[in-house]
Design a binder for this molecule. Sequence first.
Ligand SMILES: N[C@@H](CCC(=O)N[C@@H](CS)C(=O)NCC(=O)O)C(=O)O
Length: 215
Amino acid sequence: MKNLEMITSMTLYHFSKSRSSRVLWALFEVGAMDFDVVDINLMAGEHLHSQFLKINPNHAVPVLEVNWADGTFQHIYESTAIVLWVADTFTDSGIAPPLTDYRQRADYLQMVHYAGTSFDSMLWQMRIHLSFLGQDSDAKTIERYRAKIMREVEPTLLSRLQDSPYITGYDFTAADIIMGHCIGWARAYDLCESIHFEQYLNRLSSREAYAKAFE
Ligand SMILES: N[C@@H](CCC(=O)N[C@@H](CS)C(=O)NCC(=O)O)C(=O)O
């Protein structure tokens, strides 16, 4: 892998059962190189410690630290950006369509962001109202997003998964990492219950990299 020469080491700041699992899964998929994992226990508030705030002032995981061969380093946050970067950087893995495959690339980026931005933000609204806001929680907001996912997101995704094994066609890509994670999250709210979603998640969870990330 040509890009290995530019990178001396990588560290993932991670908390299991969070969006950082997407990055862990992507790193195992590409078999990039040995990398370190530092657990940040969100339940114990470790993301709010001053040490971690220097790494990500937004106090969130994932963060991927990349140490470059010229002695500099970089902290990358936003799970979708990191997964895309991993897929594009370790190109031999083939989990991103080539930059010159403009047509497939457009569909791939659309699905990555449909999952990582649109779908994710609907799920996040449900989560904060269901789990965090207590008496400020708004049942109408929960129902609005539940209905939106059922009426708009599910049919959009089913129209793809009924015809092909992966979200952008016959090949597994990084889009499946983000989409699979969001569909799994939705199922925790009794959404995405069709057999096609179940079969899709079974397909994804049978991958070695998935098993390593979620073990
Ligand atoms: N859009 C960001 C969201 C990151 C995020 O909110 N991570 C959660 C875990 S899934 C977190 O660390 N929350 C702690 C906090 O925001 O204080 C991403 O996709 O990486």
